[in-house]
Design a protein around this ligand. Structure first.
Ligand code: FBP
Length: 250
């Protein structure tokens, strides 16, 4: 059985993502949030459903502050060309480090797509054998993708997530509620959580979160809009109220 309840409550979730140090470099950070302890303290105090980390941060900082999702692949922003993120951590290692779910990015449409799909397939099989949910970051990207945020492209990516066995797909939101409804429908029984992106003005971010939930998403998996916020616990609480429509839910 896939143990989704370890990272979701009532089939909904608020995840704290902190893998940007690998994906973007320290450019996203300031003196406070460059310290993984600061993030893990937020994850614990705001009772996120899970925190998303790469294995190096887990090994050196993670002390069970929140349920753990380990991101198994990744890439830097330093190389040009068609995107590919290859595996950096195995399912076995992730389990040993305390992960209750694993994540993997697929750049759909990249010329390297077959390699990522094949790696994902192995990960998915092994994770499911151990009951661990698998979250696929479905990011259409590369020369062949004309518009990574179009309704068709996003819905295609969500559908692929369902076809390849992802339990949750993590997707970008294009700002159109109607499009997201179609994306969620395309994903079928695979749940859709939405990524945050660069830091936005609080009120419009909260409005967007409301639209996202109304469109049928299962929740949010966000980083910068939480840990770049001057009061992360406060914004986390507001998001929880939107996601669960009541206070104090993990
Ligand atoms: P943010 O909410 O900070 O955007 O984080 C979500 C996320 O998916 C991270 O897990 C990842 O590091 C980052 O966005 C990758 O974004 P991109 O590939 O668009 O730079």
């Amino acid at each position: 059985m896939i143990r989704l309840t370890k990272i979701m409550k009532q089939n909904k979730a608020l995840f704290l993502a902190y893998d940007q140090g690998l994906e973007h470099g320290p450019t996203d950070f300031d003196d406070k949030n460059i310290d993984p302890n600061y993030i893990l303290d937020i994850a614990k105090r705001a009772k996120f459903n899970a925190v998303i980390l790469q294995k190096g941060i887990v090994e050196k900082y993670y002390r069970k502050q929140a349920p753990l999702i380990i991101k198994l692949n990744g890439k830097t922003s330093l190389i040009d060309g068609e995107p590919i993120a290859t595996q950096l951590c195995t399912v076995k290692e992730a389990i040993k480090l305390g992960a209750v779910a694993v994540g993997y990015t697929i750049y759909l449409g990249s010329i390297h797509e077959p390699q990522m799909l094949s790696e994902f397939e192995n990960i998915e099989r092994e994770a499911h054998e151990h009951g661990l949910p698998v979250i696929a970051w479905m990011y259409p990207r590369g020369r062949a993708i004309k518009d990574e945020l179009s309704r068709e492209t996003l819905a295609y990516a969500a559908r692929v997530g369902l076809e390849i066995g992802a339990d949750i797909v993590k997707m970008k939101y294009n700002g159109n509620k109607n499009d997201l409804q179609w994306v969620v429908k395309s994903a079928g029984k695979t749940k859709v959580v939405i990524a945050g992106g660069t830091k936005k003005e609080e009120q419009s971010f909260l409005e967007e979160a409301k639209d996202i939930m109304e469109a049928g998403a299962a929740g949010l998996a966000i980083g910068r809009n939480i840990w770049q916020h001057p009061r992360p616990l406060e914004i986390a609480q507001k998001l929880k109220e939107i996601i669960w429509k009541r206070k104090d839910k993990r």
